[in-house]
Design a protein around this ligand. Sequence first.
Ligand code: NDP
Length: 275
Amino acid sequence: MSNKKVILVTGASSGMGKETALQLIKEGHIVYGAARRVEKMQDLVKAGGYALELDVIDEKQLENAVNQIITEQGKIDVLINNAGYATYGSVEETPIADARRQFDVNIFGLARLTQLVIPYMRAQKSGKIINISSMGGKIYFPLGAWYHATKHALEGWSDSLRLELKPFNIDVIIIEPGAIATEFGDVMTEPMLKRSGNGPYSAVAQSMAKAVKDSYEQKNASSPPSLIANAIAKAIKSKRPKTRYRLGKLAKPLVWMRTYLGDRIFDRVVMSQVK
Ligand code: NDP
């Protein structure tokens, strides 16, 4: 494989996806960014990349995206499954349709795209699939049941896939970011308050909204998306990438606490921040 790789990044219209796509273009790779808001990817095009309109829950658009890259480049070396968002709200008050959509975007859309890409990687006997999970795939916050369910699922799904694809020389790499300053907090907060901001869970919903706002707006409370972009670029370069990269504000200490101090202490620590 030459050093110049053909790379598809989902969720490239904002946050970590955009930052990663821009960095990989700068490093000389052929980069396709994909998202629903194509107009927000014009900077990628200006930088020398490509922008594809893609809603990851739209089967036809998924097929078109992969077909276009194969037609234009003949291969896909790296798939970065980054598109995603957080559905927050109490389990009691979150409509099941919203919960299903959360799984459709964060799990099934990602899984379907992966299915479409694997045959090409298998044929060339190389490839890297990089799944953006979260520290939230190992820990949890109140009102985040559906989001954490998708990211916990993605962890196990990716681990199994790694074993499955190893014989074909395809690496599966999990990224577990901590708090990263992107549009993520805004996308999650308003719908959460709509679902749970006025009923029996209003106190915890209001404090979660405040905690999220603080963590994305206060200085040093979150990390820049470039931190994740660098880790992804490093994993792409590496002959033997790690199975997991956990980095960004709070990711290491919070996962450590949950693992070594246990659930009850972790519950107390989390709830002490949300009141
Ligand atoms: P942003 O909200 O800034 O970016 C999310 C990206 O996902 C956007 O480009 C958006 O594009 C895209 N997206 C959302 N829904 C869809 C869809 N149905 N089809 C295609 N694209 C979609 O957030 P981040 O950069 O923070 O999020 C990237 C990933 O990182 C997510 O998987 C998130 O769960 C994860 N993460 C984020 C953390 C954080 O603190 N920020 C922490 C840990 C993990 P568009 O709307 O144009 O379609």
